[in-house]
Ligand binder design. Structure first.
Ligand code: G6P
Length: 516
């Protein structure tokens, strides 16, 4: 329930990904909770407020014979560890059963080969297939049907998979409060009009009462698109849009991370043990600096540009040979899409080439890790990096940068690294890592200039910036990290959630606008 002046109202959260994936492994039911701060933050909210979460049921369709594949499952608080039926319910997970054809054309197709590249200003990977748009409509209809069936007062849509669903829900529920958060950038009108369904998508989103973005400039781009492509909508000075007799608010609210939790994870034994294992497995020399990249293997992440910069760095700075190891933590993603499969191969090839050209008998310049790590293990990587590089070509926010900062935490003895270096448990604080950050990610707005800003396309300057980060002295690292830490703490996940809950709970802001 969402509290507001008029009493409790029931909440429905809608996202493409589900918070719990139930499957059978060797006949035993298993539940997997996708790692990542956003899902657990939303899970916390819905567990507390109660209500329904509508999402694509991507696990085993026949998970529970008592639950229809397209049906509902009651989730107790803490359901990640429990499939017990007798725990008290926290909320209802209402799973949308998408047939294979829709997974192909709505998820791999329209969402990730049309909308994803367009929002990230990447024209080349855009693939317009005649099957995609109808499947996107059909899937959004299914999500909308589940929402309407849950009889909501307030609906909170997440992201670009669901641009049409608000319009469909609005047809059925003119009275409900609908809010959407768009987690990726919103492009300029010149770029957005590549999308053949540009106007239809905008009208769908204008079914909401409020549409949120990470940055004001994404919200401004959205309003520019509305002004240019939806003739019957009026964009007001206030940032509101008058459309279809209603007022649609647009707002900016940068998402953050759970800084305390990441810091705690970074201090955990699991983090230390994982890092020790990495040191052992790759025979990392404690006298060498660690440069870290953590990415989904997505072309928007600028991994190839980063590897080019590292190659350039080694070509032009022979004195750096043997001075650092680049650790790439990769997560395979969206492999049903040719561009992603090619990107995976390209990243692996570049790493192999870097090692072949620059490696020596006792030095491997770059290692690639594909372990399925949990949050604590990931924090162990962050914690032990001397330099982290986030070099996205475009990114709505980028939480890797913020997690890296949070994992530096308050200074504490870095027992893992120190032991690996044969130093025993140190008594003095660990020197924090330095962050190299693309100017094209949303996080740059709050983290630069404390983070070293780079243009990932400018390979030689990028290489110089990595060199600068490696050479950065202790005092400068501490000063910069203090400043980064306050930015990350100030705009953390709780601050973001508080804003969203305010927007969700807002009264029917104004009397419905006149049609004039
Ligand atoms: C981005 C999107 C999310 C998406 C995530 C992982 O962060 O904004 O909506 O869930 O990538 O991608 P996937 O396609 O695996 O859900």
């Amino acid at each position: 329930m969402i509290d507001d002046a008029s009493g409790d109202r029931s909440l429905v959260v809608v996202s493409n990904r589900e918070p719990y994936v139930h499957e059978y492994a060797d006949g035993e039911p298993t539940v997997e909770r996708p790692a990542g701060g956003l899902v657990s933050a939303l899970d916390g909210v819905v567990t507390e407020t109660g209500g329904t979460w509508v999402a694509w049921g991507s696990g085993d369709a026949d998970f529970d014979p008592a639950v229809a594949p397209d049906g509902e499952i009651e989730l107790p608080p803490g359901a990640a560890d429990s499939t017990a039926a007798d725990d008290p319910p926290g909320y209802t997970l209402s799973r949308v059963d998408l047939p294979r054809r829709l997974v192909e054309n709505y998820y791999y197709g329209y969402s990730n080969q049309v909308l994803w590249p367009i929002c990230h200003l990447e024209a080349d990977p855009v693939t317009v297939d005649p099957e995609f748009a109808p499947a996107y409509r059909e899937a959004n209809r299914l999500f909308a049907d589940h929402v309407v069936a849950a009889d909501p007062d307030v609906v909170w849509f997440q992201d670009y998979h669901l641009a049409l669903a608000p319009g469909y829900v609005r047809e059925e529920r003119p009275d409900a409060r609908l809010v959407q958060f768009w987690h990726v950038p919103w492009p300029t009108p010149e770029f957005f009009e590549i999308c053949p369904q540009a106007v239809e998508l905008l009208r769908g989103l204008l079914g909401n009462d409020a549409v949120g973005f990470h940055l004001e400039r994404y919200a401004a781009n959205f309003r520019d698109c509305v002004a240019q492509f939806v003739p019957d909508a009026a964009v007001m000075e206030s940032g509101e849009v008058r459309y279809d007799g209603r007022t649609v608010e647009t707002y900016a609210s940068p998402i953050g991370v759970d800084a305390d939790r990441v810091a705690e994870n970074a201090r955990s034994d699991a983090a230390r043990h994982y890092w020790d294992r990495v040191v052992d497995r790759y025979d990392l020399d404690p006298n060498r600096s660690v440069v870290l990249g953590v990415d989904r293997l997505d072309y928007t992440k600028g991994i190839v540009e980063r590897l080019d910069a590292l190659a350039h760095l080694l070509e032009t700075n022979p004195d750096l040979a043997g001075e650092f190891t680049y650790v790439q933590k990769g997560t395979r993603t969206r492999e049903g899409i040719p561009a992603y499969r090619r990107y995976y191969d390209e990243v692996r090839d570049r790493i192999a080439e870097l090692d072949r050209v620059h490696g020596t008998a006792d030095w491997t310049p770059a290692v690639y890790i594909e372990d399925d790590v949990d949050d604590r293990e990931l924090a162990g990587l962050y914690r032990n990096a001397d330099v982290a590089v986030v070099s996205s070509r475009r990114d709505g926010m980028n939480l890797v940068a913020k997690e890296f900062v949070a994992a530096q935490g308050r200074p504490f003895p870095n027992a893992g690294l120190a032991q690996a270096r044969g130093l025993g448990t140190p008594t003095r604080d660990r020197v924090p890592g330095a962050l190299v950050l693309s100017q094209f990610v949303g996080a740059a707005e709050s983290l630069c200039p404390a983070a070293l800003s780079v243009n990932p396309y400018d390979v030689s300057t990028f290489a110089g910036t990595i060199r600068e980060a490696l050479a950065m002295g202790e005092n400068e690292r501490r000063d910069r990290m203090d400043s980064l830490r306050s930015s990350v703490r100030e705009a953390d996940i709780d601050a973001w959630l508080a804003t969203q809950l305010d927007v969700l709970a807002a009264d029917e802001r104004a009397a419905p606008a006149n049609d004039d």
